[in-house]
Ligand binder design. Structure first.
Ligand code: UD1
Ligand code: UDP
Length: 384
């Protein structure tokens, strides 16, 4: 089995499956990890392998950053070479990045079956590069593992057969509702994070008295209007309410802020003791921040879900979300980059935090389920 990863959220998702290989299928599955190098800074890559005990990648392709054509093309080219050398029974890809789509293109052209973990998610907004990556990857996959029922519905609407009969293939893929491997991790690692993270002391934060923010989506970072509107609003709320706002900054945003942020706003943020911008934090630090904060404000897909795992209200700095269940449950709200909506939602959630978080993402054993299903098809003789 080959696992293809390259970006931060994929290291985190793959950690759950890699752990399940070692604990539940050590005799049956040999995992080979390909790291495309899409993310490469230590705090965007290495730190997760170490902290979450993911085995060192067997191949590091060093593709790095670039335009979509360059990055996608190089991942296809370099992944193809390694897949030809490894000849895997199945190729695992995660989520919706360029690594996901390029890995799927390389594997499908070589006729290696693909298992897509986080299949079926749709924003219905094809101006997002991730939406294109999701659609292409799903249509090249043999095993579609969807964390939510909305994902399953989306696949059926796109023409996938709900009750396809094995043997599964790229032309007759199997659809599974499997829960979320990110919940597996949140449950598994929270105690370890409690023991080893000192982020609250380091940032002098008190439980329930701070707001956690993340911001990296390209339509926010690359638009002067949106980036200034979001940063101005976070600055204004934190200063006005005298509540700590913590923003661990993705390198994409860190590179754009000095270019795009209006100089008056930059100075105002610098002088605001309630608004702190830091380097990206580790996964354990993130778990601690998420579990102790009062509220989360984000444009991240993964952080939206984690807000739910930790029963925190979430403001979504995007025009829509793939995680419809959270919006329906009323625990997350779309504010886009609109100051009025952000302020209104903040006030509402601050005074009346939601308290109902029915289980939506499985039982913390999604990775075992996924591997169990794959083994049934790929090594039926080994299954009791
Ligand atoms: C990518 C994914 C996005 C995902 C995000 C997770 C695509 C199209 N986008 O976005 O879906 O939500 O990862 O974090 O695949 N950079 C560094 N150091 C790094 C990595 C990136 O400085 O280690 C900077 C570079 O300037 C680079 C920019 O960030 O050009 C963007 O990186 P890229 O991987 O292209 O996209 P992300 O915005 O990270
Ligand atoms: N994350 C982290 N450190 C940070 C920011 C995020 O460990 O400074 C984790 C977060 O807890 C989640 C994942 O990264 O598990 C989400 O990745 P990201 O927001 O980069 O991408 P997305 O989920 O939007 O694709």
């Amino acid at each position: 089995m080959v696992t293809i990863v390259g970006a931060r959220p994929q290291f985190i998702k793959a950690a759950a499956v890699s752990r399940a290989v070692r604990t539940s299928f050590p005799e049956m599955i040999r995992e080979v990890i390909i790291h495309t190098g899409q993310h490469y800074d230590d705090d965007m890559s290495k730190v997760f392998f170490k902290e979450m005990e993911i085995p060192e990648p067997d191949y590091y392709l060093e593709v790095g950053s670039g335009n979509h054509g360059y990055q996608t093309g190089e991942i296809i080219r370099r992944t193809e070479e390694t897949l030809l050398a490894e000849k895997p029974d199945v190729v695992l890809v995660y989520g919706d990045t360029n690594t996901t789509m390029a890995g799927a293109i390389a594997a499908s052209k070589l006729h290696f079956p693909i298992a897509h973990i986080e299949a079926g998610l749709r924003s219905f907004n094809k101006s997002m590069p991730e939406e294109i990556n999701r659609i292409v990857c799903d249509h090249l996959s043999t095993f579609l593992f969807s964390p939510t029922l909305t994902g399953i519905k989306n696949l059926i609407r796109e023409g996938f057969a709900e009750h396809a009969k094995p043997p599964f293939s790229i032309d007759n893929p199997g659809i599974y509702h499997c829960g979320d491997v990110m919940l597996d991790n949140a449950l598994y690692f929270t105690d370890k994070a409690e023991e080893s993270s000192h982020i609250l002391e380091e940032l002098d934060l008190k439980a329930k008295e701070f707001v956690l923010c993340t911001l990296h989506r390209n339509n926010n970072t690359d638009s002067a209007l949106r980036l200034n509107a979001i940063m101005d609003t976070l600055n204004e709320i934190s200063r006005g309410r005298q509540i700590q706002f913590i923003l661990p900054l993705h390198p994409r945003t860190a590179k754009m802020l000095p270019v795009i942020l209006e100089s008056g706003l930059r100075e105002s943020i610098k002088a605001n003791p309630f608004f702190r911008v830091t380097a990206p934090v580790t996964y354990f630090d993130m778990l601690l921040l998420e579990s102790r904060c009062r509220m989360i404000i984000t444009d991240s897909g993964g952080v939206q879900k984690e807000s739910y795992f930790f029963r925190k209200p979430c403001l979504v700095l995007r025009p829509e979300s793939e995680w419809k269940e959270l919006l329906e449950a009323g625990t997350a709200v779309i504010t886009d980059a609109e100051p009025g909506k952000i302020k209104l939602a903040f006030d509402l959630y601050y005074s009346q935090p939601p308290d109902l978080f029915p289980p939506l993402f499985g039982d913390g054993k999604a990775a075992e389920f996924i591997l169990g299903e794959l083994v049934k098809f790929l090594a039926p003789g080994l299954v009791k």
